[in-house]
Design a protein around this ligand. Sequence first.
Ligand SMILES: [Mg+2]
Ligand SMILES: [Zn+2]
Length: 242
Amino acid sequence: MSVNRQLVVFDFDWSLADQDSDRWIFEVLAPDLRRKMRQSKDAVQWTDSVAASLREAHARGITREEIEQTLVSMPFHPAMVRAVKDLKAQGKTTFFCLSNANEVFIKTILKSKGLEDLFDEIITNPAEWDESGLLKVRRRIDPSGPQHKCSVGCSPNMCKGEELIAFLERHQPAFDRVVYIGDGSNDFCPILRMRAQDRCLCRSFRGLQKRILSEGEAAGLKCELKYWGGAWEVEELFKELH
Ligand SMILES: [Mg+2]
Ligand SMILES: [Zn+2]
């Protein structure tokens, strides 16, 4: 089948980036808050936990500049930068970012890699700096309004499967091929929405692989699966998409 128009969907943390931005910030700047987030992770929704930890960090004097510097120094593989720039330069690929991080973390990091124009759309949790240097993060789905209807296990802040379907509806006609790069258990819902001609590039030994192996067949997973460990392997796999 010839592919003239394809979509590449990227999860951000541990997929495009080689770390988890929500955790990295606190591991570097306030490890006690990182510990607290882990201890409360079953009781507090994750986006709310990040927002509360950012407020606490701000109250103890951690600055916007320190947070930005920490984001820019987060591991991000040069092979991944090459891989996405090469594929984009081929001209037939639309890039879409679907992430449970937040707008400020993602845009700050992309800009530092010269990738600020990579994505057509970034769907994630909203975030903004206030004048005092506090980064205010909130859930994409407001907890006081209607909630998503996903039963696959997406976090209340966002259903990545519903967001993928909504993106595809906004960008008709259908893409010849959709390629999803992900690592986490919350990437399982969107790949269930994909077709036989689509492809998932799954990072090995993490939550997504576990769910694919334990639930994939019963859930009717149809897309082709390729596994990778390091970004240099994504670069190889992307050459098949040129
Ligand atoms: Mg991830
Ligand atoms: Zn879902």
